[in-house]
Design a protein around this ligand. Structure first.
Ligand SMILES: Nc1ncnc2c1ncn2[C@@H]1O[C@H](COP(=O)(O)OP(=O)(O)O)[C@@H](O)[C@H]1O
Ligand SMILES: [Mg+2]
Length: 297
């Protein structure tokens, strides 16, 4: 059965979309069948794959609100094995329009049930809020990945996100797992990045992916060409990082890993603490307990 992965953090600009676009691309390049669903009205994942937002006739909005079959929305990308359900600006109204609908938190889950088995991974790019769209994503997902930007307030807001994940686990989706935390925009020239890296690992332990995504001009340029980094600059350090992240991500699922490359230059700490059975650290241990022993309403 296809796995649904939500990429969530209510902070804007932390690297959610960059991670979705590039992780999904490297998963597809590794042979997985991947669908990206763009849940952000800003549509950065949609344009990041080179789709012209003006050309989009139907988006995830029509599936969520108007009950149009999501299969009609699936569009190909330039990468073999990778498709996308685009977003549209109409989605900006969906938070309000979803509110009075029955089973409003479960609509995305129902929609994706139709198609999830056509894919190995369905990756959801969440908007920068903890509103109904993100709650729909967390309710539909098997697991969540959380990008955290290496900046001064890195952990700020994380407890709110974790509280939301716990609420979803308690009321809507008891099986929701944390796939991992991804540190993004790491700047090796600054002490701050190193400090944030150490601090986040201290709090979140093995939940943090070993692979750290460096700050890279190439990564920030790629969307303006409508290309994932693998097609724009496959030889850049940002490309290396997302290729490694995809390998690590697949390894956490017990899929073919490439251990010899898992400790390349972009991984800034030892990989030895990392395994799916390792202690996720104090901050996430609580929510994992809820997942396994929690109330399954
Ligand atoms: N590793 C990185 N290095 C440099 N720029 C990045 C990196 N990751 C993201 N960016 C840029 O930072 C901005 C915010 O990233 P984005 O992925 O859109 O965040 P979010 O989806 O969380 O709002 C974008 O302009 C993006 O191109
Ligand atoms: Mg985004």
């Amino acid at each position: 059965m296809g796995q649904i992965i939500a990429c969530a953090n209510q902070k804007g600009g932390v690297g959610k979309t960059t991670t979705v676009v590039n992780l999904a691309t490297y998963l597809a390049l590794a042979g997985d069948a991947v669908l990206v669903v763009d849940l952000d009205p800003q549509g950065n994942a949609t344009s990041g794959f080179g789709l012209d937002r003006g050309d989009i006739v139907q988006s995830i909005y029509e599936a969520l609100i108007e009950d149009v079959s999501v299969e009609e929305m699936v569009l190909p990308t330039a990468i073999a094995g990778l498709s996308i359900v685009p977003s549209s600006i109409a989605l900006a109204g969906a938070e309000v329009e979803l509110a009075p609908l029955p089973q409003r938190e479960r609509r995305l889950s129902r929609i994706l049930a139709e198609i999830r088995d056509d894919y190995d991974y369905v990756v959801l790019d969440c908007p920068p809020s903890l509103g109904l769209i993100t709650v729909n994503a967390l309710t539909a997902a098997d697991a969540v990945i959380i990008p955290i930007q290496c900046e001064y307030y890195a952990l700020e807001g994380l407890s709110q996100l974790i509280a939301t994940i716990n609420l979803v686990r308690n009321h809507l989706n008891p099986e929701l797992a944390i796939k991992g935390v991804v540190l993004t925009m790491y700047d090796s020239r600054t002490n701050l990045s190193a400090e944030v890296n150490a601090e986040v690992r201290k709090h979140l332990g093995a939940a943090v992916f070993n692979t750290v995504v460096p700050r890279s001009v190439r990564l920030s340029e790629a969307p303006s060409y409508g290309l994932p980094i693998a097609l724009y600059r496959p030889d850049s350090k940002g490309a290396d990082a997302y290729a490694l992240l995809a390998a690590e991500f697949r390894a956490r699922d017990g899929r073919l890993a490439t251990p010899s490359t898992a400790v390349a230059s972009t991984a800034v700490n030892s990989p030895t603490t990392n395994s799916t059975t390792a202690d996720p650290g104090p901050a996430l241990r609580g929510i994992d307990t809820v997942a396994s022993g929690g109330d399954a309403r």
